[in-house]
Ligand binder design. Structure first.
Ligand code: ZN
Length: 467
């Protein structure tokens, strides 16, 4: 009995030793890819995304990917995207894993370190893109290579797409691939590392979020014309007064509350987190909001917070104003910009109608500034959520998974609009009181990065070995 137990322990130790060894190798690999990508400038001004795509392609081919399963392609020489594929048994439809290669501009003089060198200091990796989102690029590439080298046979194709121009620019890689090479990235659903934060609070993991939807961005121009005239002879009709009165009606208007399965789950789970942390009042309000229909007094209380208010309803707010042409003339025109963030499921066209009703003045012409970005929420898929909860429970016991709707935007909306449900899951713990994406001295905890490598290795497997 004893010897058998010892033997079992020895085998277990051997097995875990091998796992740790492989783990160590994939961490080293992830580090090297991360360093290479951070040190490859992919800004719109001076960088080249194709260079980064080619570096990743060379690594994948070197690791045994067939040349035909790794393609670099794009609309021009600087805006390349890379798409790679691990072939599965075909029992299920493919899953797409997404991150972007481009980064926001960074001036050396603003930073304490070189933004285009990977600096390791005080337990952090510093550099432009360390948290947005070259960490995600490196994690996915390292895990795809590890899975390939292990001879892993998934029950579905696993697609990796690292794309250009998420942060801006005219060549968004996701849109370009959807238009020109949809077959390459077509999938049952997409996991996007560029969102869905895993949050640290006072150094401890607080929650792991899965972002199923984003509010829809829409700008409208409001314009009033008037014949104008001499300001010594004012008349009741006045472009500035018409516009101002309309804007005051808008300021007083509140869009109706629109909860969906994600925001309801968000408030339900956040209620639990707040209850445990001792904020009984907020916990009760959130539990009230999670009810269907929601509790009216809870909604009133939560609406006082700009953040919760933004999760509860569509918002439209005046952001710019311009009128008149001379101090001594009646204004011939007055215009304003109103920025709307629409709850998914709503549309730019319907929001325009609401604006016109609220402004309630046919003299105020409302025009959208861009074609609509309408995009639905992704259904809260049970498989995607359940497998995530299992992996999170193994890696960070007791840390809740929280579905979220983002008030900002990622490439996810483009895929959702094209019929590919998209879930943003970062796998990387960051301190929400120290978010530096797009800012100076961007950084990520070294431990968070390596945990991200482990998280995605397990999660990719979990999503593709259900049969
Ligand atoms: Zn990003």
């Amino acid at each position: 009995m004893k010897t058998r137990l010892l033997a079992a322990v020895a085998i277990f130790a051997l097995a875990t030793g091998m796992f740790a060894q492989q783990n160590g190798d994939s961490r080293k690999l992830a580090h090297d890819i991360f360093k290479q990508l951070i040190e490859t400038n992919t800004t719109e001004s001076a960088g080249n995304m194709t260079t980064a795509a080619n570096e990743v392609a060379a690594r994948l081919r070197g690791a045994g990917f067939a040349a035909s399963d790794v393609v670099v392609l794009g609309p021009d020489a600087r805006h390349g995207n890379i798409v790679a594929r691990i072939r599965g048994t075909g029992a299920n439809k493919p899953v797409l894993f997404l991150a972007h290669l481009d980064v926001v501009e960074a001036n050396r003089s603003d930073w304490s370190v070189d933004p285009f060198k990977l600096t390791e200091k005080d337990g952090f990796f510093y550099g432009r893109g360390t948290s947005d989102i070259k960490d995600g690029d490196a994690i996915l590439v390292a895990d795809f290579i590890r899975l390939k080298q292990e001879g892993y046979k998934p029950d579905r194709d696993l697609i990796l797409a690292l794309t250009s121009d998420e942060e801006g620019g005219d060549y968004n890689g996701v849109t370009w691939l959807l238009e020109k090479h949809r077959d390459l990235i077509n999938a049952e659903y997409c996991i996007n590392t560029d969102g869905g934060d895993f949050q640290l609070k006072d150094g401890k993991p607080l929650l792991a979020s899965i972002e199923t939807s984003e509010k829809i961005y829409a700008d409208f121009e409001l314009k009033v014309f008037n014949n104008g005239g001499h300001s010594s002879l004012p008349r009741p009709d006045n472009a500035i007064y018409s516009l101002a009165n309309g804007l005051i009606r808008l300021a007083k208007y509140e869009f109706p509350v629109e909860l969906n399965e994600t925001t309801r789950a968000f408030f339900g789970r956040m209620a639990e987190i707040n209850r445990k942390s001792g904020d009984a009042k907020l916990a009760a309000e959130m539990a009230g909001a999670a009810k269907n229909p929601p509790d009216a007094s809870a909604i009133r209380e939560l609406s006082e917070s700009p953040y919760y208010n933004a999760l509860l309803r569509t918002t439209c707010v005046a952001t710019r104003l311009n009128a008149g042409h001379a101090n001594n003339a009646l204004p011939q025109d007055a215009n304003a910009i109103v920025n709307c963030r629409i709850i998914p499921g709503g549309t730019q066209a319907a929001t325009q109608k609401t604006l016109e009703q609220v402004l309630n003045d046919s003299e105020i012409k409302v025009t959208p500034l861009a074609p609509p970005h309408d995009s639905p929420a992704s259904p809260l898929r049970k498989d995607v959520l359940d497998e995530m909860e299992l992996v999170v429970a193994k890696m960070w016991p007791g840390v809740p998974v929280v579905p979220v709707m983002d008030a900002g935007a990622t490439d996810g909306y483009r895929l959702r609009a094209a019929g590919i449900p998209t879930y943003a899951i970062s796998g990387v713990l960051i301190d929400m009181d120290d978010v530096r994406a797009h800012g100076r001295d961007e950084r990520i905890l070294e431990s968070s990065f390596y945990q991200g490598v482990d998280f995605f290795y397990r999660y990719i497997r979990a999503l593709s070995s259900t049969n």
